[in-house]
Design a protein around this ligand. Structure first.
Ligand SMILES: Cc1cc2nc3c(=O)[nH]c(=O)nc-3n(C[C@H](O)[C@H](O)[C@H](O)COP(=O)(O)OP(=O)(O)OC[C@H]3O[C@@H](n4cnc5c(N)ncnc54)[C@H](O)[C@@H]3O)c2cc1C
Length: 281
């Protein structure tokens, strides 16, 4: 199948992007890397009358390292995140995204705006409590990742808004574990554990419409990281989710895998935390 006809405009500013989207009156779509949008268009799951290409907007493709956080433009490619060395968690997660061709075109902003629950960036953003900067007709607003993913493929974005920046802290220790049928496939289960400013966070992806934080697991780890609590935290992660059956896996299998992959990500993070010399954060 081929995409339905559409008009195309390439904009060179955020304001120009918002203006073009407004003029399309709800029927325009931003195109960034095109790695999710192009298949959607080809299958005619969406028929926008206008594509607004943001690839030439200056200033939104850079990674800025500030103290203990990264400020990343929406056009930062998955490959850039794989190569950067400031946040090893982001590099580890990027390695799981598709294949080199997809990683060289696909963007951080596009993945977060697409809000696929089986994609890596949404669950990482949830775990790190990423802050998202969104521009629209009435100016700029900041959104917390925890509020941004409303449902599968349903971001908190109006049709005339553009995501321009994603800020994420660099965790002191982290673990990322993913189960997928083949390397490069979307995740059946993803688990992220991160210690940020001394506090443990655990998020699970791939098993619900949005990434899930697991406060019960976090409370256990923040109390003490004894082996008993680590096991109990992984069990709490499995207990907190209720995955359904689908073509790829049964609910029972997914629940068991949530416990296993949560355990792996927690253990990986703790190995780093204990290897760190005292006084070094
Ligand atoms: C074969 C294949 C395998 C893949 N495997 C994986 C995988 O394992 N893991 C994974 O996470 N992803 C995977 N992807 C998807 C890929 O990561 C995409 O790059 C990503 O989901 C979307 O980013 P994009 O820049 O390509 O966005 P686009 O496809 O250009 O856009 C996606 C959606 O986001 C909107 N959008 C884009 N940018 C913005 C913005 N700045 N502001 C507001 N809205 C915006 C668009 O309008 C569109 O609705 C795969 C893709 C393919 C084709």
């Amino acid at each position: 199948m081929k995409a339905a006809p559409f008009d195309y405009v390439r904009v060179d500013s955020i304001a120009g992007c918002v203006r073009a989207l407004q003029e399309a009156d709800g029927d325009g779509k931003i195109i960034a890397g095109g790695q999710s949008l192009a298949p959607v268009l080809a299958m005619r799951l969406a028929r926008p009358s206008l594509l607004v290409d943001i690839n030439r907007i200056p200033g939104i493709a850079a990674i800025e390292h500030r103290d203990d956080e990264l400020r990343m433009g929406a056009l930062v490619r998955h490959a850039d995140l794989l190569e950067q060395q400031h946040s090893p968690l982001l590099a580890a997660a990027a390695r799981w995204i598709g294949h080199p061709a997809i990683r060289s075109r696909g963007t951080l902003g596009g993945s977060i705006a697409h809000s696929d629950p089986s994609a890596e960036w949404p669950v990482v953003a949830a775990a790190l409590e990423a802050r998202l900067t969104v521009h629209g007709p009435s100016g700029s607003r900041e959104a917390a990742a925890g509020d941004f993913f409303l449902g599968p493929l349903e971001p908190d974005l109006q049709t005339d808004e553009v995501l321009v920046r994603v800020d994420m802290p660099i965790p002191e220790a982290w673990g990322f574990a993913e189960l997928s049928r083949r390397h490069g496939d979307f995740g059946l289960v993803m688990a992220v554990t991160a210690q940020v400013h001394g506090t443990w966070r655990v998020a699970i992806g791939g098993i619900a419409g949005v990434p899930l934080r697991v406060p019960e697991a976090e409370a256990l780890l923040n109390d003490t990281t004894s082996p008993e609590n680590v096991r109990a935290a992984a069990q709490a992660a499995a207990a907190a989710v209720s995955p359904g059956d689908d073509l790829h896996a049964s609910s029972r299998y997914r629940s068991a895998m949530v416990e296993e992959y949560a355990h792996r990500s927690i253990t990986q993070a703790l190995t780093q935390a204990t290897a760190r010399p005292v006084g070094v954060s």
